[in-house]
Design a protein around this ligand. Structure first.
Ligand code: NDP
Length: 452
């Protein structure tokens, strides 16, 4: 009997792929079988994590690893540490990761894992104890050629360090089993920056294509204040854009200064987040206003670009309409599945509504996370390559490769959309990303006998 456990996030991700693949499947019906097969993870691991709090008492959490698809390489995808983590969320993230990894052009399968452990309010000592306990079980199931996890929400450089140390002790091997490692013990330069920088490089291509323009003086709304948001903001500022907002789970910080956020303030915010504090701990000395419990999307009258970079489903249909009304012409997800299906429909309908490239006023060009945020896993792939060779590339080399991967990814999405997707003179990047990623994985699966 089918497993009927409700998995709303996973179902949402499958539905999005299924709908956008339809024009391709209509022309190539044999691939419907592949779509049925690819939705089922190759393996799901679930385990108990017991660890000791500072006061000596016991704490227990649920640990998971979804090893979704290995057609293109070892399972690859982050570890999320957040109290909301459950199998529906990890299956949606793992499913998206399969196609995202395919879009990087590197040889990586898809996976995702994590725990319902909440790093907030924990001491460094407790985080270390949790990471060791988590890795005690996970270390049996991963390996440099099997499954290579990385960071995600709640898992940054500190946690990767603890987990790597634990793996090394339990397995007695120093190998590239995790990415996002410290730069002086096997990590790649530019890995911390990669998702945010890559997002901005992807949007650079969108700006060039739709309006023959660049980031100069573009007003940019960003949500989140973590790894992705911080580095996206810094790159936007470096390229001459104006960052209007950052946010976290408690509210939004809006810039009052016409120059937007200052790089030095983003460095202060990074420190606050390292200490697991709320953005309310940031004193902006009159340069910012605080909007308790609000997301950025409805707070400004005018903006040009929106980069959701906090968590899934963080832009609703109503908020999407507010963004269109404020004149936002570009939206690209730093977060995974940052937009609800209703929001995507608003953006895609605006795209479909025009009949000539001369009349693109009023449209919002939308890029899905699996394409726009693939820079993080791409540099993780480059970290794996460096580890295999026992070599280290310079920051400039890695940044140049990241840029090239993001440009190729954009072109793949665009060209695939032009070839297969229907509707609108501006191509659908969501359809292009889904079709290109799916076809690559499905073909490898067919060659390997996973479907016929
Ligand atoms: P971080 O943990 O560094 O930051 C997450 C940010 O999002 C924090 O500001 C956090 O607020 C906020 N946030 C988390 N959950 C919620 C929520 N339910 N409601 C509102 N705000 C929330 O994570 P990352 O920056 O690494 O990841 C952000 C997104 O980007 C995720 O969707 C992740 O999957 C995706 N991503 C990350 C990659 C990476 O390389 N790190 C790669 C590709 C995608 P607070 O501090 O208050 O908790």
């Amino acid at each position: 009997m089918a497993n009927l456990a409700p998995e709303p996030e996973f179902q949402q991700a499958v539905n999005e792929i299924t709908v956008t693949l339809e024009p391709f499947l209509a022309k190539h019906p044999e691939y419907r079988k592949a779509l049925e097969v690819v939705q089922i993870p190759e393996r799901i691991l679930q385990f108990r994590v017991t660890w000791e709090k500072d006061d000596g008492s016991l704490a227990v959490n649920r640990g998971y690893r979804v090893q979704f698809n290995s057609a293109l390489g070892p399972y690859k995808g982050g570890l999320r540490l957040h109290p909301t983590v459950n199998l529906s969320i990890l299956k949606f993230l793992g499913f998206e990761q399969i196609f995202k990894n395919a879009l990087t052009g590197l040889m990586m399968g898809g996976g995702k894992g994590g725990s319902d452990f909440d790093p907030k309010g924990k001491t460094d000592n407790e985080i270390r104890k949790f990471c060791y306990a988590f890795m005690q079980e996970l270390s049996r199931h991963i390996g440099a050629d099997t499954d290579v996890p990385a960071g995600d929400i709640g898992t940054g450089g500190r946690e990767i360090g603890f987990m790597f140390g634990a793996y090394k002790k339990y397995r007695n091997e120093f190998v590239g089993v995790l990415t996002g490692k410290g730069a002086n013990w096997g990590g790649s330069f530019i890995r911390p920056e990669a998702t945010g920088y890559g997002l901005v490089y992807y949007v650079t291509e969108m700006l060039r294509d739709l309006d023959s323009t660049d980031w100069k003086n573009k007003r940019v709304l960003i949500s989140g204040a973590g790894n992705v948001a911080q580095y996206a903001a810094l790159k936007v500022i470096q390229l001459g854009g104006i960052v209007l907002s950052l946010s976290d789970s408690t509210g939004t910080l809006l810039a009052s200064d016409p120059q937007g956020f200052f790089a030095a303030d983003i460095a202060d915010i990074a420190q606050i987040k390292l200490e697991r504090k709320s953005l309310t701990a940031f004193s902006g000395a009159g340069k910012y206003t605080w909007h308790e419990g609000k997301r950025p999307w409805t707070l400004v009258k005018e903006a040009d670009v929106a980069l959701p970079s906090a968590t899934q489903n963080e832009v609703s249909g109503e908020e999407a309409k507010a963004l269109l009304k404020a004149g936002v012409r570009y939206i690209a997800e730093g977060s995974n599945m940052g937009c609800t299906q209703e929001a995507i429909d608003v953006f895609e309908d605006s795209r479909k509504s025009i009949t000539s490239l001369q009349e693109t006023k009023g449209i919002c060009y939308y890029a899905p996370g699996k394409a726009a945020n693939c820079g993080g896993v791409a540099v993780s792939g480059l970290e794996m390559a460096q580890n295999s060779q026992r070599l280290k590339w310079t920051p400039e080399e890695v940044d140049a490769k990241l840029k090239e991967i993001m440009i190729n990814c954009y072109n793949t999405c665009r060209h695939t959309a032009i070839e297969y997707a229907e509707g609108g003179v501006v191509p659908s990047l969501v359809a292009g990303a889904n079709i290109a990623g799916f076809v690559k994985v499905a073909n490898a699966m067919k060659d390997q006998g996973d479907w016929w």
